[in-house]
Design a protein around this ligand. Structure first.
Ligand code: SF4
Length: 361
């Protein structure tokens, strides 16, 4: 009888590690993923120990909290200072803006609340006459949920400050940045359940680079790395789905329709990368009255992103590891973060600190 499929199977992990060792190219290769959940699995399970030294796997701009620009934090702070209730995810309250974090705005009297979803923010709005703003961040996994709330006739005192972003566009831009030297992409399984394969093909095909969609179990990740290296060996580059138990090639059309109904593409700023055309979402004109930027006149904010000594920009573009930053684990820790990559639970610095991406001093 065939052995049942198991997600935790040391024997299969060893077989995949052996395959990776055989497939590894003679020269060093950098594989980049764009997902905090991937980084957490890789670091927590010590998967880098399974890889040959010349196969490096790094997190790029995969933490939505980390890539949210100071301009958007500043806008949320100004809205809180104007007297509205600002609701957002927990990590967002600690990310530095130009003047203040949202946590600091709260300590100065602002009403900033942590919620788990846009739906929670709507419930708060239903129970008050005050203005309630949901500060919406995240990639294509969370964008449909924001869209669904806006389509469900929210109360008049509710609006959204959107900072949603698109991953495939950023993956394409990263390949053009000097010094990134990316040899292959491990694409995020959860974003891909929404998008399917087409957006990766649209933005990455011209680079002729391996792009393999991977799940989040250790075996999923090792399998995806092996497929990337197989493409490299065969000198091909295409989008391959190594997570078919969750990702349909066409994605989730219902979720795509929600996004399409409520949002349109917009050029947005990514912390550490800069402005990327069509890499974010803004509300369509039909939803203008639910747009907190218009309601509170906080459009066009531009904040200072440079934090002295912090190498987040290099970490977010996979040009450095957290351990390359001299502040890592010394002056910068999750309890006392200096940059956003140590704030966001999906940030590489935070994950390496918590799960030991390197030996700590
Ligand atoms: S360790 Fe801290 S200071 Fe260094 S790059 Fe990461 S977040 Fe920035």
């Amino acid at each position: 009888m065939a052995r049942p499929f198991q997600l935790s199977d040391p024997k299969r992990a060893r077989q995949l590690a052996d395959a990776i060792a055989i497939l590894a190219p003679p020269t060093p290769i950098k594989i980049v993923h764009v997902c905090g959940t991937h980084e957490m699995a890789i670091t927590q399970h010590g998967l880098r120990r399974f890889l040959p030294e010349k196969v490096q796997v790094l997190e790029g701009p995969g933490c939505p909290v980390c890539v949210t620009p100071t301009a958007d934090i500043d806008a949320a702070v100004r809205i809180a200072e104007a007297g509205a209730i600002v609701c957002t995810f927990g990590d967002m309250t600690r990310v530095p803006g130009t003047r203040l974090t949202l946590e600091q705005a709260r300590s100065k009297g602002g009403d900033v609340r942590v919620v788990l979803s846009a739906t929670d923010a709507v419930k708060i709005a239903q129970e008050t006459d005050r203005e309630v703003v949901f500060f919406a961040v995240g990639f294509e996994t969370t964008t449909p949920m924001t869209a669904a709330v806006l389509l469900d006739d929210p109360p008049a005192n509710f609006s959204v400050l959107t900072s949603h972003k698109k991953i495939p566009e950023a993956m394409g831009v990263l390949l053009d940045l000097p010094g990134t030297n990316i040899g292959g992409y491990l694409a995020p399984g959860h974003v891909s359940t929404i998008l399917g394969l087409a957006p990766y093909e649209a933005h990455l095909a011209k680079f002729n680079i391996p792009v393999v969609i991977g799940g989040f179990e250790p075996l999923d990740i090792l399998y995806a790395v092996a497929l990337i290296l197989r493409q490299v060996r065969d000198q091909v580059g295409f989008v391959e789905n190594a997570f078919p138990r969750a990702v349909a090639d066409e994605g989730n059309p219902a979720a795509q329709a929600l996004i399409e109904t409520v949002f349109e593409s917009a050029g947005v700023h990514w912390r550490g990368i800069g402005s990327i055309p069509d890499s974010g979402y803004r509300l369509r004109d039909d939803f203008a009255e639910l747009d907190a930027r218009r309601r509170f006149d906080v459009q066009g904010e531009r904040g200072d992103e440079v934090i002295p000594g912090c190498r987040c920009a290099d970490v977010l573009t996979a040009r450095a590891t957290p351990a390359d930053c001299p502040l890592f684990g010394t002056r910068c820790t999750p309890l006392s973060p200096i940059g956003p990559c140590m704030v966001g639970t999906e940030g590489a610095c935070s994950i390496w600190f918590r799960y030991g991406g390197r030996e700590l001093p």
